[in-house]
Design a binder for this molecule. Structure first.
Ligand SMILES: [Zn+2]
Length: 244
């Protein structure tokens, strides 16, 4: 195993534990994947059957973009998860990391006809950045891959209608930040809708300036680096068994 792969295994295992810490795990389902740099187009995924809190560097499973397990491992991978992640890793080499969530807020917004509205502080920052994919049932049919990839287009954020959320990033930290941003925007939309009060819309002019305003706020920092590092420190203070 290369040093790069070992490093990615530790980073990805930390990410699974952090997702769980944030309440984003779903029984033994859902996935976060990271591509291993190189010509082999291999990526790492969680072993099917383990809870996010049990994922560690050594039990992550290495698979190829067609979903075949490369490792000598006792674990299997989840066919539905493999389909989504392998399709996107294959079609979008710029997205090194992908997450998929079944959070209550994410699924609730995915069920709404208008999807994510740009009427809250976080959702307006995602103006024009979210793609949508219509529901086709459990994602186990290979012919859904092309529609999934076509619907994602060149975006990093995808709402799977009636289903859940998907976020990608060029690094693990960027994927983490994108996941957090989409999840948080959905949480606020659901909470605002639950007040039953009339909501204040946000002008298109402001929504259209979101990208520019975000650039100013980030002032050249790599997306998500500070945020992911902060959560890793929080995790390390509690439990470092993810490194095993
Ligand atoms: Zn799903």
């Amino acid at each position: 195993m290369t040093e790069t792969e070992q490093h990615l295994r530790i980073e990805l295992a930390a990410c699974y534990r952090i997702f769980d810490m944030l309440g984003w795990s779903e029984l033994i389902y859902n996935h976060i994947t990271v591509k291993i740099p190189g010509d082999d187009e291999h990526f790492l995924i969680n072993p099917y059957g383990l809870h996010y809190s049990e994922v560690c560097a050594s039990n992550l499973v290495k698979v190829d973009v067609d979903g075949r397990v490369i490792d000598d491992t006792p674990y299997k991978v989840n066919p539905a998860g493999m389909l989504i992640h392998s399709a996107i890793h294959k079609a979008r080499p710029d997205l090194h990391c992908i997450s998929h969530l079944h959070t209550t807020a994410g699924m609730a917004v995915a069920c709404q006809q208008r999807g994510l509205r740009t009427d809250n502080f976080y959702s307006v920052l995602l103006h024009n950045q979210v793609a949508y994919h219509d529901f086709e049932g459990l994602t186990v049919s290979p012919d859904e891959k092309q529609r999934l990839v076509a619907n994602l287009g060149d975006k990093q954020q995808l709402i799977l209608r009636n289903h859940g959320l998907l976020s990608g990033g060029s690094t693990l930290a960027e994927m983490f930040q994108n996941t957090w941003a989409l999840q948080r925007a959905c949480e606020i939309q659901v909470a605002a809708d639950n007040t039953g009060q009339a909501l204040i819309s946000i002008d298109d002019d402001i929504a259209n300036r979101s990208e520019e305003l975000l650039r100013v706020q980030r002032s050249g920092m790599a997306v998500g680096e500070l945020e992911f590092a902060a959560f890793k420190r929080k995790l390390d203070a509690q439990d470092t068994s993810y490194k095993l």
